[in-house]
Design a protein around this ligand. Structure first.
Ligand code: 5GP
Length: 195
């Protein structure tokens, strides 16, 4: 594969990483395109196929695993598979753009390991587990048991923060957005080779 740079945003669910990624995508000078992941989880709220995710059945997802179509994939929650299709990254590189990922911690670190020279791996840290719980409840998109599952996973994910290139503390959104913009701007304009 040959192309631009890879910018990974990983964080526990509810840390605000999606808000940060969406903000960065609006900055045209950064020349970023969102990597649309494949998932076997159910569509939530207003989500659109081939825009938010490629929604697949579990069977379709497993076939793609078998055919080695993924750059990385994870069973992020039980029976909920998520993954980055190799084809997706190729699509973005063909557009002459850099790829930005909103993926879980293990997937993010896997991409960093595969393309160490070309990846900026950013960890978004929520102020606290309690605050995370409040944010997930406010979102009102999941049942209590699903929220508890996300919180349990969040504690383990927080421990991986030091493995990332940078940590952004999201206790003040405006500050986090500015920091992310500067970081990514410096990275895409740096002389680090494209992949
Ligand atoms: P959600 O269900 O809230 O959309 O996503 C749940 C988790 O899966 C989030 O942490 C999200 O970043 C992660 N995720 C989304 N796409 C991918 C992917 O392609 N690969 C991996 N490893 N994780 C993903």
């Amino acid at each position: 594969m040959k192309g631009g740079k890879l910018i990974v945003f990983s964080a526990p669910s509810g840390s605000g990483k999606t808000t940060i990624v969406k903000h960065l995508l609006r900055q045209e000078q950064l020349n970023l395109e969102f990597s649309i992941s494949a998932t076997s989880r159910e569509k939530r709220g207003e989500e659109i196929h081939a825009q938010d995710y490629y929604f697949l059945s579990t069977k379709e997802f497993k076939t793609k695993i078998k055919n080695d179509e993924f750059l990385e994939w994870e069973e992020v929650y039980r029976d909920n598979f998520y993954g980055t299709l190799k084809k997706e990254v190729e699509r973005i590189w063909k557009l002459g753009k850099h790829v930005i990922f909103d993926i879980d911690v293990s997937g993010g670190l896997r991409i960093k390991r595969k393309f160490p020279e070309h990846t900026l791996a950013v960890f978004v840290k929520p102020p606290s587990i309690d605050e995370l719980k409040i944010r997930l409840k406010k979102r009102k998109t999941e049942s209590d048991s699903k929220i508890n599952m996300r919180i349990a996973k969040a504690s383990a994910e927080l421990a991986t923060a030091p493995l990332f290139d940078v940590i952004i503390e999201n206790d003040n959104l405006e500050k986090a957005l500015t920091e992310a913009e500067t970081l990514v701007g410096n990275f895409v304009n740096s002389k680090k080779k494209d992949a």
